[in-house]
Design a protein. Structure first.
Length: 272
């Protein structure tokens, strides 16, 4: 073996080792969690990543909002109320349409959430969050803006960890929240379904971004949630998937979190 060849081989092997290490390592600054628990026992079936750090729930908060809305009588059934879009809602183009509870959850319509909380009112909305023991229970909103009623869950004051998401959902499914049976039934009825091999998954995504110290949105740090439950045969498990990326993504981070979870669930579930 010539000296030149030995040098080339050494450089190739070193480069390969670095590539393998790079692939194995997480992106610097990236945070993720996959947490799955058994609904009946509460036993942790799978835990991977950082699951005790709290972030804004974004549109994953539509799940507790649905519970509040049905319990308070603001929401009626899967198709009612149907609310028309108004220009003052300042929604994105895809949101500029008449929306009912099913469309709201399926298409993640922000203005419908905000119209719901307006109709609940500050007192009742805050009381529900407290009684649900949801995350840090802070619905004050952005400092000095008095916008908690419509923005607390949107990259603002309200924060929740994957551990807390799962604990909240378990209380909901086990009938331990102080709400009506109608609220429980209708919330489960409107939550979107997804397939993951032989699992029937129901869940809600949430997408947003971290903020800088000055309070500006940092689009290089997208946050994605997917939370809910999955059924196979007679067994139901509860899950939370969180991704906080270290770089901007082409699509909503919540969709990425959802797709990653649906892809991984059949493999993960082989262990429980």
């Amino acid at each position: 073996m010539t000296r030149k060849f030995r040098l080339f081989a050494a450089l190739f092997l070193a480069g390969s080792a670095l590539n393998i290490a790079d692939l194995a390592a997480k992106e610097p600054g990236r945070i993720e969690c996959t947490l799955i628990v058994d609904e009946v026992s509460g036993d942790v079936l799978h835990r991977e990543g950082i699951c005790d750090k709290a972030f804004s729930p974004m549109s994953s908060f539509k799940l507790p909002l649905a519970i509040m809305g049905y319990d308070a009588g603001v929401l009626i059934d899967a198709q009612n109320p149907l609310w028309d879009y108004k220009p003052e809602f300042a929604g994105s183009k895809r949101e500029q349409k008449a929306t009912n509870p099913t469309i709201w959850e399926k298409d993640s319509i922000v203005w419908y959430s905000q119209e719901l909380t307006r109709r609940l009112g500050e007192s009742k909305f805050g009381d529900y969050v407290q009684r649900f023991n949801y995350g840090n229970r802070d619905v004050s909103g952005d400092a000095g803006k008095k916008n908690g009623l419509t923005h607390a869950w949107l990259m603002s004051s309200l924060k929740i960890s994957p551990e807390e998401q799962v604990a909240f959902l378990r209380r909901f499914l086990r009938g331990e929240l102080p709400v009506s049976e109608h609220a429980m039934d209708m919330t489960q009825a409107i939550l979107p379904h997804f397939a993951a091999a032989d699992w029937d998954v129901q869940g809600k995504t949430g997408s947003g971004w971290m903020k800088t110290k000055s309070g500006k949105i940092d689009r290089s740090r997208p946050i994605g949630w997917f939370v809910g439950w999955a059924m196979r045969d007679e067994r139901r498990v509860i899950f939370a998937r969180l991704e906080v990326n270290a770089k901007d993504t082409e699509e909503y981070a919540g969709r990425e979190a959802r797709d990653e979870f649906l892809k991984a669930l059949p493999r993960i579930s082989e262990t429980f």
